[in-house]
Design a protein. Structure first.
Length: 332
């Protein structure tokens, strides 16, 4: 850390203290190194004489190709960029023999889910290193979409898996606006330019228009599952892909996963597929803020403070006017 960065951090703390926002417990100033490239950390050590490694790469939370944000305005990592960067590091390390993709996600945007799926497929094809997906609490919708790129899927006994489908949710404020004497006026170049606007009811033509998009995206999801789970007949898959989630036992019976086990079991499967008996399990980590791949700069409209809400509400509490197509399991 440079002297100027440290001085800036101290001054920011002093200003915040003077503004009356100081916590009762005091401040802790943590230096952030200028070089924020990923660092490797061993989390399971088989033997001091082993060089081979199994990389554990996490897909956590809502999947979106934009930086995460907090209620306090902090900007975190872009989950798509971070996962792609970790895969690149694992691909370029000859001692990494396989990857365990640890997933705990309800899904996210259609495009982010597909990018992650393609990145995992590219990693497998380019390196010939096996990938084992490990389902944790929730591996639903876009999270399961990404898991279908793996060689094998393992789930915890208590995991929730599935939710194969697409959703686009919007609202209409037209009735409420009429009660208070407000009328929306859109000057548009085409009949469909404001389709999906929350300021008015949808027309039947607009509903059919969006339904066709949802159906096309759902078809892509089913195709991805069929490629990843070729043992499931398309007729059966069509009945499974109605948006519902499954317990691990149900998912195993349906063929959506390969086995029920723990993270250690998934590491063992990765070793077997890599043809090794011993290996260290490693994680990649770093301080936040580094942009390490081509995806890092990509952000959606109003990414600072945006959350992926089914009702299209951003972090400021306002409705957005952009319909979202989501591979997402949510109760919002």
């Amino acid at each position: 850390m440079t002297r100027y960065r440290l001085v800036g951090a101290v001054m920011a703390g002093v200003v915040c203290w003077g503004a009356g926002c100081a916590p009762t417990g005091g401040y802790r100033i943590t230096p952030v190194p200028a070089d924020q490239t990923l660092e490797e950390r061993v989390v399971v050590r088989d033997s001091p004489f082993v060089a081979e490694k199994i990389a554990i790469i996490d897909l956590d939370g809502t999947l979106a190709n934009q930086a995460e944000s907090s209620l306090l305005g902090g900007i975190g990592e872009n989950p798509v960029s971070l996962a792609a960067e970790k895969l690149d590091v694992a691909a370029n390390d000859p001692e990494v023999k396989a990857v365990v993709l640890r997933i705990n996600s309800p899904g996210g945007t259609v495009t982010a889910s597909d990018i992650l799926y393609q990145e995992i497929r590219h990693f497998r094809e380019a390196t010939r290193k096996p990938v084992v997906a490990m389902c944790m609490d929730v591996t639903a919708s876009g999270g399961y979409y990404a898991a279908c790129a793996a060689d094998e899927i393992v789930a915890e006994r208590t995991s929730i898996v599935g939710s194969i489908g697409v959703i686009m949710q919007t609202v209409s404020l037209e009735g409420t606006m009429e009660k208070v004497g407000i009328k929306a006026v859109a000057i548009k170049s085409g009949a469909m330019k404001d389709a999906g606007s929350p300021l008015r009811d949808m027309t039947p033509a607009e509903e059919a228009y969006f339904q066709k998009i949802v159906d096309d995206l759902e078809k892509r999801f089913v195709e991805v599952v069929h490629v990843g789970r070729p043992g499931i007949p398309m007729e059966k898959l069509a009945t499974l892909a109605d948006g519902r989630v499954y317990t691990s036992d149900q998912a195993l019976e349906a063929g959506l996963i390969d086995r029920i086990g723990t993270l250690r079991d998934a590491i063992g499967v990765a070793k077997q597929r890599a043809g090794i008996t011993r290996a260290h399990a490693i994680l990649y980590s770093r301080p936040l803020g580094w942009k390490g791949t081509v995806y890092a700069e990509s952000s959606g409209p109003g990414s600072r403070g945006v959350s992926l809400s089914l009702l299209n509400i951003n972090g400021t509490g306002a409705f957005t006017n952009t319909p979202r197509f989501l591979y997402l399991w949510s109760l919002e």
